[in-house]
Design a protein around this ligand. Structure first.
Ligand code: KE4
Length: 429
């Protein structure tokens, strides 16, 4: 039972819209009240009622080391003893910038901000200034934060330019945004044939994780690299999730593609608010105060957040880290696939590195439209029953499960056993 959670939720909805500070946390998609948590320990979360769960949300990606990692705690503690913010440069910001540059070769200069949204919003503005063009291409189902010009209804395709996906976004702000099907070579080709000289940039999650994990088709990222180069548009990799998740050089290292600009977030803050955008010096030098493109932030490069980020990246840079994550995540994937086979269930499992999604559909999932064929009612029941078994999954069919370095064999085995038992109960009993 989650009696205290429920009581907190009843108070929360009187003070905070929906009782949460970010919509997905409300667990509406899984027809549940949100669980209020007291603390995290490694791979575990403990809720306010004392229930313990193996956590696959990992704060939606940042906690690749697990909860309350000693290195992060120590660095945050010692940094906070020196003060929490100066509104002036600190050497730690330079150290983090240099660390990111050393891991991501396409980043010659980087600007720290406070969230992934700020990173993508700034990268879009910079791309438009650098190319002196207005149009932006994004992909249906890819989420880049709540940037006005990127909150575009899916399905607008080529027929019409961006239709706002949210009230409060004037159509003028989405009028220059094209929302195309992911993995669709022809539609991208068509868009460039029609608007090529007007397109400032293509922004893409190189491995989308906001419609569930969907790998790029063979050659799709290379195709985007070539067609943007051909028409003088910039290629922006939104690596807020994949950055330092797929390896120290993110998806661009994993697939060997060099974007013009990269957006980062989540992991580089180690659970504290850090985002970043970076790329070629020639482009980045247009950013104020070096250049005319304005972007600013009171707490950008905040010493406490930077301390958490630096501690995280230094741990990730230790030998064997990504091999361990790969071994754990592939064990989880194989275990789920075995369960599906034993139960003769046609569901799909997609995994890239230490992020994965179990799609409740028998269709091949290659884009947003096919992801939507998933049975979200069934997913909601699955989520609720997994919670009862002590497994905390992202409360949406269209998100990624994250494995951290704090997960071990035991956690993976317990999760696979729970998946088997829940799916069996749902489908066979
Ligand atoms: P933030 O502004 O939430 O830090 O980052 C926005 C963002 C940008 N780009 C990508 C690829 C992202 O996934 C995100 C945010 N991700 C969501 C869920 N996948 C965060 C969870 C939430 O909105 O509460």
């Amino acid at each position: 039972m989650r009696i205290r959670s429920k009581a907190f939720y009843e108070k929360a909805i009187k003070a905070i819209p929906g009782g949460v500070n970010s919509p997905v946390r409300a667990c509406k998609a899984v027809k549940s009240d949100p669980v209020f948590f007291e603390k995290g320990e490694g791979a575990y979360l403990i809720d306010v009622d004392g229930n313990r769960y193996i956590d696959y949300v990992c704060s939606w990606g940042p906690l690749i080391l697990g909860h309350a990692h000693p290195e992060i705690i120590a660095n945050v503690y010692f940094a906070s003893k020196k003060g929490t913010s100066f509104g002036a440069p600190t050497w730690q910001e330079v150290e983090l910038a240099e660390f990111i540059k050393s891991c991501v070769p396409s980043i010659e200069k980087v600007r720290l901000v406070n969230s992934g949204t700020e990173a993508t919003m700034s990268a879009i503005r910079l791309a438009r200034a650098y190319t002196k063009r207005k149009k932006i291409v994004k992909f249906e189902g890819c989420y880049h934060g709540h940037v006005d010009s990127l909150l575009v209804k899916a399905g607008s395709g080529l027929a019409t330019f961006g239709i706002p996906a949210s009230p409060g976004v004037p159509e003028e702000l989405t009028a220059h945004t094209l929302n195309l099907p992911y993995n669709d070579f022809e539609k991208v080709e068509e868009a460039f044939k029609q608007y090529g000289e007007e397109i400032a940039a293509v922004i893409v999650e190189p491995v989308p994780a906001n419609m569930g994990v969907i790998p790029p088709k063979e050659g799709f990222l290379q195709f985007l690299r070539e067609i943007t180069q051909k028409y003088g548009a910039l290629l922006i990799f939104d690596e807020v999730i994949t950055g330092f998740r797929l390896g120290l050089s993110g998806a661009q290292g994993f697939y060997g593609i060099t974007p013009d600009l990269t957006c980062l977030g989540k992991i580089i803050g180690g659970g504290l608010p850090v985002g970043a955008y970076g790329g070629k010096a020639e482009i980045m030098d247009m950013v104020a105060p070096e250049g005319p493109v304005y972007q600013a932030g009171t707490l950008s490069g905040n010493p406490i957040a930077v301390a958490a980020g630096l501690a995280t990246l230094k741990e990730l840079a230790k030998p064997g880290t990504y091999e361990k994550l790969e071994a754990l995540a592939s064990k989880l994937e194989e275990g789920i696939k075995e369960a599906l086979k034993d139960l003769d269930l046609p569901y799909r499992v997609h995994r890239i590195a230490s992020m994965l999604t179990l799609f409740f559909t028998d269709k091949e999932v290659i884009n947003f439209e096919t992801a939507l064929s998933s049975d979200t009612e069934k997913f909601a029941i699955f989520w609720q029953k997994m919670l009862e078994k002590g497994i905390y999954l992202p409360p949406s069919q269209f998100e990624a499960w994250f494995v951290s370095l704090a997960h071990g064999e035991e956690e993976i085995e317990n999760t696979v056993e729970a998946v088997y038992k829940v799916l069996k109960k749902m489908h066979k009993d």
